[in-house]
Ligand binder design. Sequence first.
Ligand code: ZN
Ligand code: ZN
Length: 353
Amino acid sequence: MAKKYDGVQRESTRRTEQSDISDLAHLSKRVKHSSLSESSKFEYGNMEPDRVDPGQRENFKLTCPKIKDHDKFIPIAEFKNEDLPVEYQSTDLIQSVMALADLTVRVRCKYTSSSRPKVHQASGTVYPFYRDRGRNNIIRTGTGRVWHVMMLENSGEPCSCHRCEGTKTRQGRITILTATHVVFNSSEARATSVDFFFDDESRSSCVTLKAEEVYVADAVSDRCYFDCYTCDVELLQKLSKIWIKWLTLCKTVREEHQNSEAEIKLAIMVAHPHGLPKQVSVGRWFEIQDSVDSVHFYTYDCPTCPGSSGAYVYTLARQGWWSNHVHSGANLSLNYSGSGIDWGWCTVAASTT
Ligand SMILES: [Zn+2]
Ligand SMILES: [Zn+2]
């Protein structure tokens, strides 16, 4: 049965994320790539949030272990068709990436919860920032994307955005999807800022909101959904329209490349490596791997750096056209996403804004 996403949902519809995931878990078997490695156990490496000690922001240019990848990042304003493999070059895909970029946010968190576990369950390695638990003087940056926008009619709740500082009421909620190792729980969310439209150093279009509560965060799948609230109706409507545009384009692009015979399985990321303005990275995805929680994750080779954690991993030439896989980490040879689900059956309704 087709399910409609209308971009701006009303409060009465409540959230469907958890039921969507449970309903769709069985579909994951349909989207496995035929090249699955059935027997090998995936080797995890490091998760990729960026840790910024006070006064050390510029050090990454000298100390980043992935410095060779820096020249491969493409500033969003410079991204063009020729940056894609020939078989994927299309106006629809370029516009799709641009819409994804408009939904991409920088996440900055200055508190590390004492609830962070010692060990990352999947890899057995020390969980990121475990040793910084309880500290509030280290800024951790990552990437996220707008997952959902909801208008709140007559909320009556005071807004907490920087612009009004409580003098107005909340007009809408923006839910952000990122990696759990970037924002672990609500105590970390309440110490988190979200930068929308941080496209270049001028910050001419940048809007910053405070995060508030985590809606769902799971360390195993490494997916975290947290909420921001704002009184800025213009911002809410702008994001809603971009969100619908992006979904529509994702479906169009999927129809162009579904089950593509192209040798390259394309993967694209828009992220804030090192907390920089948005950068596009283009690579290939290789395998869909089983995950410990019955869904799956991707491996891919898009250039990434610390700060890329939580970025959406946009994969083409597969059956699904939309998913909730976020960049989680990298081992010596490949990147890997958090686990998630590919959607391949949704319909997109017309804008309601
Ligand atoms: Zn406000
Ligand atoms: Zn780097």
